[in-house]
Design a protein around this ligand. Structure first.
Ligand SMILES: C[S@@+](CC[C@H](N)C(=O)[O-])C[C@H]1O[C@@H](n2cnc3c(N)ncnc32)[C@H](O)[C@@H]1O
Length: 214
């Protein structure tokens, strides 16, 4: 399916237990602070009537927030089959199931099947995929209006953390790895594709950006 990674390794790491843990945190506290800030920034620019394509949608929590903030329709992509199953329950519980088209698979490899979207959303996904240029270029090609991306900052403590996580993954004998792709290179590719930054924020670990086309 993918030209660069083993989908079953994603299913092993982003499994049903992980998805259910994320959904139960979402039910208790809402979205995590990075995703919540991105949704707010998009809502300020107007989500009414928009189609939102989310890549690496996990268990669908951001889909719920984006639709409840005014988006009309969602298209979600995730490599892990567990994400689809758990998201389907969450979306049904919120009465949103019919408004989201879910794809289990590699967004980069299967992009040809996806309709372009007004808004493209990637929260903590670039660091889970080896082919950063392929992922970012495919996302920019899909985004007709807005693109929102959160990724790890390039700081020594973040890289040390990623190194430690990869050590644990090696011990688990899974081929999945976390990547510290350079945010400046991501930014450069997005700007070259014709976008300008309209909103940004950061925490000690994460930085997020919203870009608008034109
Ligand atoms: C760290 S999780 C984040 C999930 C969700 N965005 C969230 O914040 O809760 C990264 C997710 O991206 C998915 N993913 C990574 N690369 C992908 C790709 N090329 N196509 C589809 N899904 C991808 C993984 O399967 C995983 O569920």
């Amino acid at each position: 399916m993918s030209r660069c990674c083993d989908p079953s390794a994603y299913g092993n790491v982003f499994d049903e237990r992980d998805a259910r843990r994320n959904v139960s945190a979402f039910r208790r506290k809402g979205l995590g602070s990075t995703a919540a800030a991105m949704v707010r920034a998009l809502a300020e620019r107007g989500l009414e009537g928009m189609t939102v394509l989310e890549v690496g949608a996990g268990p669908g929590t951001a889909q719920v927030a984006l639709l409840e903030a005014g988006a009309t329709r969602g298209v979600a992509f995730d490599l892990s089959p567990a994400s689809a199953a758990v998201a389907s329950e969450l979306l049904a519980e919120r009465g949103l199931r019919e408004r989201v088209e879910w794809h289990t698979g590699d967004f980069v490899a299967e992009r040809a099947e996806i309709v372009p979207a007004d808004v493209v959303f990637l929260n903590k996904v670039v660091c889970c995929y080896p082919d950063m240029p392929g992922l970012v270029d495919t996302a920019t090609a899909s985004a007709e209006r807005l693109l929102a991306v959160a990724l790890p900052r390039r700081r020594w403590w973040v890289r040390a953390g990623i190194g430690a996580i990869n050590g644990l993954l090696r011990l688990r004998r899974t081929s999945f790895r976390v990547f510290s792709h350079d945010p400046r290179e991501v930014q450069r590719r997005v700007i070259t594709a014709g976008f300008r930054e309209v909103s940004t924020g950061r925490s000690p670990v994460w930085e997020w950006h919203v870009w608008e086309r034109g």
